[in-house]
Design a protein around this ligand. Structure first.
Ligand code: 6PG
Length: 466
């Protein structure tokens, strides 16, 4: 067999799926794994695809098999194991070789590793791969960082394996060093917000309108055929349709209500705050996951204060436009963080391109991303998505309805952290004169911090000490 084009190290779920995707697209792949048994098992699983795959039982043999300049993709935890791998691989590589981290990495680590490899004349490329196992196997959305030069080398490998939207591959080089991993982090933040939004709607339908789960499943399927169409709505319709073989109950009802989180959503919020930004819908979603895991505390609080909620009534026709508006705001908040990071790290992120590569393959793929991509194609005041004409219309139609639903939910005792934070953010942003004058006055009073006056008079302190 001719030389492999790429080495894939780490044959866990995602690494195996990516390697098989490559093989299926005619790319010659060399693979290896920390435990050699996994290599044998993988080659068996590959079946006829194994014809374009060569397996190596040691990492050193894998590296030696790659032609120069080498391209080595690692799908291993992007924390300590990635640094240990670099310790091991740097002495084996030659200037011009590339190491790819395809995991969910903290982009600060990616920037640090990029500088480390640069000192040896090597390239380090962080790529965000979204779409779960099925995406990695049949077409993920791929967010690429690193040097332009590396992108030229990787493009022939990544374009064939990426998801396609209107035949265009959902992969793009987005900027230098950690740009790919940063965009993936924000993708996950939006993913968290969207999942929590769906959970809040489920609660309102289930416990507010008292619908059976099967009817809610059908509702999500119906929504998925309309403008709310998206992967997460589609799978929610499916998930809610399943029942548990042990109890006969809806499957969702027998799952412990304590959500896990690996951390990427949290990074979005941490980085947003560091950038002087805020993404309240993402913050609310993370808070909801964290509170959900305090199961025992919730039981005690319920005993002390009661957990009764009133049933509610609202016009179902209001819900679709209300959710359209709320979801647009999730994206608006996410893209605002991307813009802040782009300016801070000189990435020149292309928002239109990012929206385009999120249209297929990834977890947050949604019909509305096509309109969002168009919106970013025009000149937007302050890069603010809400200011695009079509998006503005969605917001104008949806917000009054969202307001009605959120008010009712709150009055009846339903927690709606994501839906309500959408409104608070929107209502803040539509006030040309807010309340921060008072905050400034307080700061000046207790700390002599000073303020600017609205009339340009050159005085920066209040009369508090006179
Ligand atoms: C994707 C997902 C994926 C993520 C999982 C779990 O884009 O394919 O974002 O990368 O790791 O969805 O994330 P949490 O454990 O943080 O929910």
């Amino acid at each position: 067999m001719a030389d492999p084009q790429i080495g894939v190290y780490g044959l866990g779920t995602m690494g195996s799926a990516l390697a098989l995707n490559m093989a299926e697209n005619g790319i010659r792949v060399a693979v290896s794994n920390r435990s050699p048994d996994a290599v044998t098992a993988f080659l068996t699983e590959a079946g006829p695809l194994a014809d374009t795959i060569t397996g190596y039982t040691t990492f050193e043999a894998l590296v030696a098999a790659l032609p120069v300049p080498r391209v080595l993709l690692a799908m291993i935890p992007s924390t300590g194991p990635m640094d240990s791998l670099l310790d091991k691989v740097i002495p084996l590589l030659a200037p011009g070789d590339t190491v790819i981290d395809a995991g969910n990495a903290d982009f600060h680590d990616t920037r640090r590793r990029t500088r480390r490899l640069e000192q040896h004349g090597l390239h380090f490329v962080g790529i965000g791969v979204s779409g779960g196992e099925a995406g990695a196997r049949h077409g993920p959305s791929i967010m690429v960082g690193g040097a332009e030069e590396s992108w030229k080398q990787l493009r022939p490998i990544l374009q064939p394996i990426a998801a396609k939207y209107d035949n265009v591959p959902c992969v793009a080089h987005l900027g230098a060093d950690g740009a790919g991993h940063f965009v993936k982090t924000v993708h996950n933040g939006i993913e968290y917000a969207d999942m929590q939004l769906i959970a809040e709607v489920f609660d309102l339908l289930r416990n507010g309108l008292c619908w059976p789960t099967t009817q809610i499943a059908q509702q999500f399927t119906t929504w998925n055929d309309g403008p709310l169409g998206s992967y997460l709505f589609e799978i929610t319709g499916k998930v809610l349709g399943y029942s548990d073989s042990h109890t006969g109950q809806a499957m969702v009802d027998v799952i412990r209500d304590a959500a896990g989180q690996k951390g990427t959503g949290r990074w979005t919020v941490i980085e947003a705050v560091k950038l002087g930004q805020s993404a309240t819908m993402i913050e609310a979603a993370i808070a909801a996951r964290s509170w959900s895991s305090e199961k025992e505390t919730r039981k005690s609080v319920a005993e002390a204060f009661g957990s009764q909620r009133k049933t509610i009534e609202f016009d179902m026709d209001d819900l679709e436009p209300a959710l359209m508006a709320a979801r647009v705001m999730e994206y608006a908040q996410g893209f605002r963080i991307l813009e802040a990071a782009s300016q801070t790290y000189d990435w020149e992120l292309d928002h239109k391109r990012i929206a385009e590569i999120w249209r297929a393959g990834c977890i947050i793929r949604a019909k509305m991303l096509d309109d969002i991509a168009d919106a970013f194609g025009s000149d937007l005041p302050h890069h603010q998505l809400l200011m695009a004409p079509y998006i503005e219309q969605i917001v104008k139609t949806g917000v009054p309805r969202l307001r009605k639903i959120v008010s009712m939910a709150i009055a009846a005792g339903f927690p709606v952290p994501v839906l309500s934070s959408a409104l608070s953010w929107f209502d803040t942003m539509r006030q040309p004169r807010g309340t921060a004058g008072l905050i400034q006055a307080q700061r000046d009073f207790f700390g002599h911090h000073g303020f600017d006056r609205i009339d340009g008079i050159d005085e920066h302190h209040g009369p508090w000490w006179e």
